[in-house]
Write a protein that binds this ligand. Structure first.
Ligand code: HEM
Length: 127
């Protein structure tokens, strides 16, 4: 069964802080940066909408953009295990920056680990 993490525990302000802290890192990340548009403000806005509903809050993303279909929305980008790892590192550091801790952080982060690995659509094979 899919369980949700109470959105109320985080709240809209803290979520915004978290996502901005996350994209400040993406903006500087050598592996991630090239995948994203120059201006990350629209990306951050969509991510805030998505995380709101991912955490069990109002369905802001779906209301504006339709069914999330996250794996499908990521198919235009070649996402490897290294990208997933980098994404998660940026998120973990952002969580540190805004002071997320305890059980809430642990459960939230674990769920993001699963989702991030689900987005991997490109395998790198060493020759
Ligand atoms: C969009 C990369 C994981 C949620 C995007 C975009 C890129 C990207 C390049 C397009 C940005 C834009 O055009 O504005 C990645 C990479 C990941 C990853 C490299 C590594 C695994 C995740 C995860 C989540 C997520 C784990 C959610 C938990 C989103 C959302 C959007 C998005 C909500 C906006 C979709 C839309 O344009 O409608 N991602 N992503 N991504 N990503 Fe990811």
């Amino acid at each position: 069964r899919k369980y949700t993490i109470p959105y109320e525990e985080l709240g809209p302000e803290k979520l915004k802080e978290l996502i901005y802290a996350f994209y400040r890192r993406v903006d500087k990340h050598p592996l991630l940066r090239p995948l994203f548009p120059d201006d990350l403000s629209e990306t951050a806005r969509k991510q805030i909408q998505f995380q709101t509903q991912y955490l069990g809050g109002p369905n802001l993303f779906t209301e504006e953009h339709g069914h999330p279909m996250m794996k499908a929305r990521h198919l235009p980008f070649r996402i490897t295990q290294d990208h997933a790892q980098a994404w998660l590192e940026c998120m973990s550091e952002a969580m540190d920056e805004v002071g997320l801790e305890g059980k809430f952080r642990e459960v939230y982060y674990k769920r993001l680990v699963l989702t991030a690995h689900h987005m991997v659509n490109t395998q790198v094979v060493d020759e």
